[in-house]
Design a binder for this molecule. Structure first.
Ligand code: V47
Ligand code: SF4
Length: 362
């Protein structure tokens, strides 16, 4: 079926429907899909492609949820399980290069650590690094903190904000559909709860990202419905900054072993369609760690305007067979962006421009 009517909508700046998005997923016209996505990306961000000088820290991989797609988590006492002390977390933070502007901190749902541990961690990091933005805790962790502390969701979020939390990352969203969740992450909070937590965070001024884990057992319809829930919430709160589609990595997971990694074609299509569909999101991010450096670079011409950052240490995807490195230097990122014909722009977490680099063409 032709996608011309959808293109007409896009080029006259109209919102596309869920049926349109599904038609795009079922189309193989990747050039036209990319063209539409680029049109929107340029309208929103010109030729800029953003990156951030950041460092990831994962305080523990011990998790009571044990999602089937997760190769990072362990049971307490299991070989390879770890839990960093506050001193060890501080040492990781101190090892960050000069110029880092963000700590990205997520981890498992630890069975014994109290909420105070996380508050102390944020306070300690804020005391030692007052200028570094702390983006930490997925909605799943926030829900868990509220449970273990007995505090309301609002109070939990407010205390974290007061301690120095700057924003929330977009993890834990996976695919909102209940039947899919029951198979891939039965113990995890529902999609509805994930959205509720984000709404609550946005209402107290904490911005966040949103992710979608794709390429496992979901279908195109599930992806579209997932994005539709995000678009609806964004219409209400405007609190999301970036949408980040995450391609599933099957190695060492408990998801059907016959599943293979996503293909480059699907990755590009998913990123581009998300750019077209999520007209109320300012940014679409290609997390290069999961997509690969080269695919992330190509995606800059398929609607993506952000390729995340330097990262330094990455455990979640590398436990599941990622073949990318764990760190890119700023120079390497700038080179990738330039050679995609875009202007490299170093940003902080909230997309304030730190430095715009010279445009060098291709
Ligand atoms: O929620 C877990 C995903 C997420 C696998 O907000 C997997 O800027 C692929 O959300 N294969 C955590 N993905 C990471 C995340 C993130 C990363 C970078 C930037 C931001 C941001 C957020 O990783 C989890 C889950 O969806 N994940 N296991 C896997 N085997
Ligand atoms: Fe735990 Fe998150 Fe892994 Fe699920 S994805 S098992 S919640 S660490």
């Amino acid at each position: 079926m032709s996608i011309n009517t959808i293109a007409d909508k896009v080029y006259s700046d109209k919102r596309i429907t869920t049926d349109d998005a599904l038609r795009l997923f079922n189309s193989n016209d990747i050039f036209e899909i990319g063209r539409m996505a680029s049109y929107i990306a340029e309208k929103k961000n010109g030729k800029s492609a953003y990156f951030i000088h950041n460092r990831h820290i994962n305080p523990t991989n011990i998790c009571v949820n044990r999602c089937k797609f997760c190769a990072f988590s362990k049971d307490k006492g299991e070989n390879g399980a770890y839990q960093l002390t506050l001193d060890e977390i501080l040492a990781k933070a101190k090892s960050a290069e000069k110029g880092v502007t963000e700590f990205h901190i997520v981890g498992g749902l630890h069975p014994d650590l109290p909420f105070e541990f996380y508050l102390d961690m944020i306070k300690m990091l804020k005391r030692k690094f007052p200028d570094i933005h702390i983006q930490a805790f997925t909605a799943v962790e926030i829900d868990y903190f509220s449970n273990i502390s007995g505090l309301s969701l609002n109070k939990t979020l407010s205390m974290l904000k007061e301690a120095g939390l700057g924003s929330l990352p977009g993890g834990g969203a996976e695919i909102f559909n209940t039947n899919i969740r029951n198979v891939i992450c039965e113990e995890k909070i529902s999609g509805k709860r994930w959205l509720e937590i984000m709404e609550s965070a946005h209402s107290i001024g904490l911005r966040s990202n949103a992710t979608m884990l794709y390429g496992h057992i979901e279908g195109y319809k599930d992806r579209v419905e997932h994005m539709n829930s995000l678009r609806e919430l964004q219409d209400k709160t405007g609190g999301f900054q970036a949408f980040i589609p995450l391609p599933f990595h099957p190695k060492n997971t408990k998801i059907d072993r016959r599943l293979k990694e996503t293909t480059g074609f699907d990755d590009l299509k998913t990123l581009a369609i998300s750019r077209i569909f999520l007209d109320n999101f300012d940014h679409i991010k290609a997390f290069w760690i999961m997509l690969g450096e080269k695919m992330a670079q190509v995606s800059l011409n398929f609607g993506v305007d952000d390729i995340d950052g330097t990262v330094v240490e990455e455990k979640i995807t590398h436990s599941a067979g990622a073949t990318t490195s764990e760190e890119m230097t700023k120079e390497e990122i700038i080179n990738l962006i330039r050679k995609a014909g875009k202007i490299p722009v170093e940003r902080d977490t909230l997309y304030n421009v730190i430095k715009e680099y010279e445009y060098a063409g291709v």
